[in-house]
Design a protein around this ligand. Structure first.
Ligand code: FAD
Length: 580
C-alpha cells in the first residue's frame, strides 16, 4: 500500500490548520477548464472540470488523502467489528470486472468460507447505466460484458451457484442495494476484488462502513494486478514514475514473493440443496444494454465472431498465442497487421482472464523463467506488466482521473480545438494513410494495435495540436478493451502525447512509422480501400509519390497538415509550456 506522507515538500510537518485552509483553496478548477468547454469539448459528464494544479499537488504532498487510503482506513476502523461477525446462511461474491471462475482471489475466498460452513455461495452482478455513462464505456465493451456474464452464469450454474443480476439506474444506489440483498439472503459475508479507479475505491470505502454498521463483513482482495499497487517503491520510498526501474523492481518482487504467482482454484460446488433453497435466483435474465450503449444487430454479430466471450475462449487464445507467436513476439510485435500480438486485451479488461494467469502461463512456456531464456516470452510478460504499472500510477496519482495528465505542470500546454480536424481524425480522413487505416480499424473492430495507438495519439496531439483528452475520451468510447488506467497511460502519461515524464518530446513521424511497421502496406490496403490499387511504397504517401491521381480519383483526401511544420510548432509549444 502507498504510504501517506507525513511531511510537506520542504520536509516540514503538516499542521492541521494548514490542511484545512489548503483543502478549501484547492476547489478552484484549472483555468483551461472553461476553454475546453467553450469549444464543445466537454470532457467527462458527472465530473467537475479539470482539477487545479494546486489540488493535484496537494495529493502529491499528502495533504489530500488518496482514495486507496480512505479504503484502508475504512477497513482498519471496522476490523474488530467485522471479525466478530458469524457465518450467516449464505455467502455472496460481488462480481465487477473479474468475470471468471479460474484464479479469482475474492471468489476463491468466498467459496472457501461457504464450504467451511456448508452454506451456499451466491454470485451477484449489478449493472449501472450511470456508471457506464460516467466512465464512457463503449457499446462494444458493454456488449462484451453482457456476453461474458452469460458464459459466467452457465459456468456457475454447473456448480449449482446462482448468478443474480440486476440493473440499478443510479450508481449511488448500489451500496444500499447490496446491503439490502445481503439481508434478504441472510448473508453475513460478501467478497469482492478491488477496482483501483477513484469512484470505485471511494464507493468501496463507504460500503465497508455501511456493511459493518449492518453486521455484514465486506472482504476485499487485491486481484487485478500481479503485484499489488503500492508494494513497489523506489530507493527514496516513492512510487516509481518511470517504467524501466519499476519493471526491474516488479521482477525482483516476484522472485522474492513467489506466492504472488500462485493461482487460485475455481470455486467448489454448492451444497446439494442450494438449487431448492435459492430456486428464484437461478433463472435470472441477462440485463439488456442501456439505450445509449446499444450495438446494431450487424455489429453484435461481427463482435461475437471477432471476440467470443468468456474465460474458456480467453484461455484458448492465451495458449494458442504463446504456442504459435510467443517466441517471436519481441521481433514481430510492432508489425501493425494485428497478426503478431495476443488480442487478449478485451479479456483482461472484462476480467475473463487474470494477469497472473497470463504471466504464469508465459513463464511456464519460457521454461519457468520470468526474465531470461526466450526474449519473445519475456517481452510479452513485460507488456502485461505495463498494465500493472499504469494501475500503480493511478493509485498513487489519483488526480489523473480528473482530466489531468500525469505531470500537473504539463497542463500548461496550449491546445487547439479545431473540430473539423478532430472529425477528420475520427473518420480516418486525414490524408495520412497509416493514421486513417488505424482510425478506421478502431471504428470497425473496436480495437487497435498498440503501435498505431501510439501513432494516432501522437498525430492528434503533435500534428493537429488537439487536446489529448479529446482523443482519450474517443478511445474509451470506442475500444472494446477500454481501461481507464491503460488508456490514460497511453494518452496522458506515455511519450506519444507530449505529456511525457521524460525531459524531451517524442514526435512520431507518421510516414516513417508506416514504412517501418507496415512495410508492404498490407494494413493500409486492408483498411483504406481508396488506396488498394496503389503499388509499392507509394501507398505510404500517395500524393508525394506519384499516386495522387489514383488517390484523388477514389476520393482519398490530401494530407490536412504538413508534418514537419506541425512538428516544429508542437515542440515550440511544449517548450513554452514547461517554461511557464
Ligand atoms: C493511446 C493508447 C491507449 C491505450 N488504451 C488502452 C486501453 O484502453 N486498454 C488496454 O487494455 N490497453 C490500452 N493500451 C495499451 C495497448 O495498446 C493494448 O493493451 C494492446 O494494444 C492490446 O493488444 P494485445 O492484447 O494484442 O496486446 P499484447 O501485445 O498481446 O500484450 C498483452 C497484454 O499486455 C497489456 N499491454 C500491452 N501493452 C500495453 C501498454 N502499452 N499499456 C498497458 N497494457 C499493455 C495488455 O493487457 C495486453 O492485452 C493503449 C495504448 C495507447 C498507446
Amino acid at each position: 500500500m502507498p504510504k501517506r506522507k507525513t511531511s510537506d515538500a520542504d520536509g516540514k510537518p503538516q499542521n492541521a490548520q494548514i490542511n484545512k485552509r489548503s483543502r478549501s483553496d484547492l476547489r478552484e478548477p484549472h483555468p483551461n477548464a472553461k476553454q475546453t468547454e467553450d469549444f464543445g469539448i466537454v470532457l467527462r459528464e458527472f465530473y467537475p472540470p479539470e482539477m487545479s494544479n494546486e489540488r493535484c499537488q496537494a495529493y502529491n504532498d499528502g495533504i489530500l488523502e488518496r482514495p486507496i487510503e480512505l479504503l484502508e482506513a475504512a477497513c482498519r476502523d471496522t476490523s474488530d467489528k467485522r471479525r466478530a461477525i458469524g457465518p450467516g446462511k449464505t455467502v455472496v461474491h460481488w462480481f465487477k470486472s473479474d468475470l471468471r471462475l479460474h484464479d479469482n482471489r475474492a471468489l476463491h475466498a468466498a467459496s472457501q468460507l461457504a464450504r467451511d460452513h456448508q452454506i451456499p455461495l451466491i454470485g451477484l452482478y449489478i449493472l449501472s447505466p450511470e456508471d457506464w455513462a460516467a466512465h464512457l464505456t463503449s457499446p462494444a465493451r458493454v456488449d462484451f460484458t453482457l456476453r461474458t456474464l452469460k458464459r459466467l452464469q452457465t459456468d456457475l450454474a454447473e456448480l449449482d451457484i446462482p448468478l443474480y443480476m440486476e440493473t440499478q439506474e443510479k450508481r449511488k444506489a448500489i451500496p444500499g442495494r447490496i446491503v439490502e440483498l445481503c439481508q434478504q439472503w441472510e448473508a453475513k459475508h460478501i467478497y469482492a476484488n478491488i477496482e483501483y479507479e477513484v469512484d470505485e475505491l471511494r464507493r468501496e470505502a463507504k460500503l465497508v462502513r455501511l456493511c459493518a454498521a449492518k453486521e455484514i463483513d465486506l472482504a476485499l482482495s487485491h486481484d487485478t494486478c500481479v503485484v499489488t499497487p503500492g508494494a513497489l517503491s523506489s530507493q527514496q520510498n516513492k512510487q516509481y514514475a518511470v517504467y524501466t526501474p519499476w519493471f526491474r523492481s516488479w521482477l525482483a518482487f516476484l522472485k522474492e514473493n513467489p506466492d504472488y504467482l500462485e493461482l487460485s482454484e475455481e470455486p467448489g460446488s454448492n451444497p446439494g440443496d442450494a438449487r431448492k433453497k435459492l430456486s428464484g435466483l437461478f433463472d435470472c435474465k441477462i440485463p439488456t444494454a442501456p439505450s445509449n450503449k446499444q450495438l446494431s444487430e450487424e455489429e453484435k454479430k461481427r463482435f461475437e465472431i471477432m471476440y467470443p466471450a468468456g474465460e474458456h475462449e480467453a484461455s484458448q487464445r492465451l495458449d494458442k498465442f504463446l504456442e504459435e507467436k510467443g517466441r517471436e513476439y519481441d521481433k514481430m510485435r510492432s508489425i501493425v497487421s494485428g497478426k503478431h500480438t495476443s488480442i487478449l486485451s478485451p479479456y483482461f479488461a472484462s476480467g475473463a482472464l487474470s494477469a497472473r494467469t497470463a504471466v504464469v502461463t508465459a513463464k511456464r512456456a519460457n521454461r519457468n523463467f520470468l526474465d531470461r531464456d526466450n526474449s519473445g516470452y519475456i517481452s510479452w510478460i513485460s507488456e502485461v506488466a505495463w498494465r500493472d504499472f499504469y494501475k500503480h500510477v493511478l493509485v498513487n496519482w489519483p488526480f489523473i482521473c480528473m482530466n489531468k495528465c500525469f505531470k500537473p505542470d504539463h497542463t500548461n500546454i496550449e491546445w487547439e480545438y479545431n473540430l473539423d480536424q478532430f472529425q477528420a481524425w475520427c473518420d480516418g480522413k486525414t490524408g495520412f494513410p497509416i493514421v486513417d487505416a488505424a482510425m478506421r480499424q478502431l471504428k470497425h473492430s473496436a480495437w487497435m494495435h498498440n503501435r498505431t495507438r501510439m501513432v494516432v495519439s501522437s498525430f492528434l496531439t503533435k500534428d493537429l495540436l488537439l487536446d489529448w483528452r479529446r482523443g482519450e475520451r474517443y478511445f474509451m468510447e470506442h475500444l472494446i478493451d477500454g481501461d481507464f488506467a491503460s488508456n490514460h497511460g497511453g494518452w496522458g502519461f506515455g511519450s506519444s502525447t507530449g505529456v511525457d515524464p521524460q525531459p524531451y518530446f517524442r514526435v512520431f513521424n507518421p510516414l516513417r512509422q508506416s514504412e517501418r511497421f507496415d512495410p508492404d502496406g498490407e494494413y493500409i490496403r486492408h483498411w483504406v480501400p481508396e488506396l488498394r490499387e496503389i503499388k509499392d511504397k507509394a501507398i505510404h504517401e500517395p500524393y508525394k509519390r506519384g499516386a495522387g491521381s489514383i488517390a484523388k480519383k477514389n476520393g482519398y483526401p490530401e494530407p490536412i497538415v504538413e508534418h514537419s511544420e506541425m512538428r516544429n510548432q508542437a515542440l515550440e509549444r511544449f517548450k513554452r509550456a514547461l517554461q511557464r
